[in-house]
Design a protein around this ligand. Sequence first.
Ligand code: FAD
Ligand code: DHB
Length: 378
Amino acid sequence: MGAGPAGLMLSHLLHLEGIESVVLESRSRAHVRERVRAGVLEQSVVELMQQTGVGERVSRQGIRMRGIDFRFDGEPHLVEFSAAGRYAMVWPQHELVEDLASARVAAGGEILYESAVTALESLDARPVIHYGGKKLGCDFVAGCDGFHGISRGAIPPSVLKEHDHVFPFGWLGVLAEAPPAWPDITWGCHPREFAMMSMRTPAMTRLYLQCAPDDDAANWSDERIWSELHARLDLPGGTKLNEGRIVQKGVAAMRSYVAEPMRHGRLFLAGDAAHIVPPTGAKGLNAAMADVRVLARALAAHYKRGDDGLIERYSETCLRRMWLVERFSTWLCTTVHRFPDTDAFTRRLQLAELQYMALTETGRRSFAENFTGLPVEA
Ligand code: FAD
Ligand code: DHB
């Protein structure tokens, strides 16, 4: 269920294992193709794409990241990923989705767009999926239908445990036709509130501004956007952020959420359907990729060796890693934003957290290790 990054990558990995799948997606291919979302891939996701024949474009056109430039206390602090001997890559989510969708189509895979799943039944025995007035019988169901999908709701409330934390702010995300002014993704940890300059291509910047959680993008004129970005990101006497035509803007709320368990009978949850993180750590898409790697291995062991051990442990394996990802994303989110009602002591501690991360060897290594991606277990 779902032709986002999780559903498509799972279908691709299963195909390479000789396992047949059908992807059911509620929206059109054009809609999925054009959605502007995440932009950063962990090293192991890039390697997975390269090893499974969908990495040609990311290798050629992706932007290899050297680190993150944290700006606080009026100074730049570049934390390099070489501190952990690793790298990350800028490759927009919609391009990854296109890489995977084209590979599935070229291999004769079935992706049924505009086919919303409406109900699931017999998840303990032989599952049946209801979509668009039709039924599909299958061995297993992968709920890769995102945070607002229906698969999570198929786990009985007596079994499902939900862990939820909502932050008192959101991000206004902006896509602009302007070349990145600086070579590295730049975080303005500014007393006015947080801002970020990221990139999508050498000609397009992706920008974020901390805003109210229920803010409306219509409240943000182009003039206000640029003036706040300059105030939070530019350094006195330094190169100024490049301005350009704004082609897209939208507000995303900020939340940490984990559903446990991630398996119920023959239903597996993967990606945003099971967990979300605040976007600070650039982890949502990468976490979805980690889940489906574990799931593809578990299903391959089932079909090839009749071994269901990995299926039994699917939820535990994914959640062990996911809670570390939640820890990192939540910690970063708490450290870089201005909270509406914190006292001066707490704000001073936030600065100390940033200083420890950027100015000590242990801090830099820890940040680099987490940002470029923790290991994915079998
Ligand atoms: P999704 O990409 O959500 O895919 C789920 C798919 O299932 C969708 O195509 C949906 O249409 C489909 N679907 C839903 N219900 C049904 C149904 N009933 N039947 C069939 N199909 C269904 N992460 C970052 O790391 N950095 C970012 O900057 C960032 N920005 C984001 C901005 C926004 C507005 C959003 C919503 C998310 C953002 N994320 C970001 C998170 C990241 O994009 C997600 O973690 C990632 O998309 C997860 O992939 P997924 O495949 O699990 O889910
Ligand atoms: C993006 C980049 C980041 O470094 C991050 O932490 C979150 C999002 C982005 O390019 O969208």
